[in-house]
Write a protein that binds this ligand. Sequence first.
Ligand code: G4P
Length: 525
Amino acid sequence: MGIKQEINRRKTFAIVSHPDAGKTTLTEKFLLFGGAIQVAGAVKSNKIKKTATSDFMEIEKQRGISVATSVMGFEYRDFQVNILDTPGHQDFAEDTFRTLTAADSAIVVIDAAKGVEPQTRKLVKVLRMRDTPIIVFVNKLDRPGKDPFELMDEMEENLDIKVRPLSWPVGMGPDFKGVYDIYGKQLKLFRAHEKDEKENTLVFKDLDNPDLHQAFGDQMDMLKSDLELIEGVYPPFEHRTYQDASITPVFFGSALNNFGVREVLNCFLDIAPGPAPGKAEERTVNPEEEAFTGFVFKIHANLDPNHRDRIAFVRVNSGMFKRNTFYHHVRLNKQLRFSSPTAFMAARKSVVEEAWPGDIVGLHDTGNFKIGDTLTEGEKLHFAGMPSFSPELFKYIENADPMKYKQLHKGIDQLMDEGVAQLFTGKASGRKIIGTVGQLQFEVIQYRLLHEYGAKCRWENINLYKTCWITSDNKEMLKDFLNRKNNQMAVDKQGRDVFLAESPFALQMARDKYPDIVFHFTSEF
Ligand code: G4P
């Protein structure tokens, strides 16, 4: 098979949801269809248990185990599908956001009873920033839930998307009868107690079938009027508007009961974009280019102190990646060769000989990689799109063992390269501030510094609301701002100026006083 065919058969997507909406269950059903796993529960057993919130070591251990499942590949209908899992745990780390940059599209799972939840909102915001095409799967239709039209409104309001239903439920909870597959133009009836997907589905092509009316009278009338309303209210489905992310198709079903799952997978394979061109600072890289290029979007450390190795997850952007071939590490200006690159197939890892655009390979790393690093065949390229987001929680990090100053700094440096959290250094004070998106990360950092680097740290509270990257065309105003606010300025790891806003009010004051300065919540501007 040539590069074009390999590219055309690849679909790399991120699966996103608030914890408990059913992401793991849906993923598992996809993998079952693809034959990548044989029994339900194979993925679940690797999942971070929800009850373990306070026991961070347990969580990290499980994260270690679940490394193989953070990327899952399977083949279905001649497609090579790569699923990028985003941690569902509420203390997810900075790298969750970055994983989204390695996906060409996303499937967002929403619980029909709970609607749009906070973590979904956060992650979809990142997807929207880069116009990543999204498909929504509304799950748990077998349970009582919100009215489907109400859910549509909620999504549009909270996720800043325009929706278009491609399937529609007939009833819900105890009255759930099935879904009308608008995309495939057929009614699928649900029979609750059948385990096998084939057994639990009855298909009707014709909504006017008298048997249907006899069995479900009112509900059929309701479905017909709903469908009329849908055609009247929502824009027609078009491949183009989905791919440019202006319209989001929505499906309904029940992952647990394997109902409506095949429909969403089939439609996804028909319409989802393949590997997109990669935007490097220097130029746009077409996946079909012969020379291999790729970038590191995630680094996973091994928590076992006896194995201090790490895995760098590389997304192939163009050409073919080959095992045992020298590639150019652009930042280090160094040639590196990988003897055991791994691909991830469901819960298995295996050494691969080659990988194609859209694929994710795991490279064994002894400390060469940082998030955002680029590999090429020699060309100096820097893939853009590794944004940092203003963290939500901040603490000063202080050395608690004066003899281990060096170890502490090396440890902080490496953990930040992995994307565990962000580091800001106060311009006037020189004090180091760690910013995270979850409380748990502070504990993880402290534990890892001690166990991996032999360094002790302690945390001190800081009153901080947001860190804002600042830019301005008005050089005078910027200079004045930097002078006056020196005590509230810091630099990030790349040396960029960051304003430390103590409160929303302080930020507003700064905005009012310095109207020509733009305050950014992400480093991508
Ligand atoms: P997550 O990865 O998004 O966190 O969700 P997960 O798939 O683990 O699902 C969360 C819970 O919701 C699980 O129940 C799962 O069985 C259930 N679930 C998933 N899909 C459906 C559905 O279509 N209908 C219903 N009724 N439930 C669904 P649990 O009791 O928390 O876990 P478990 O004991 O089943 O493992």
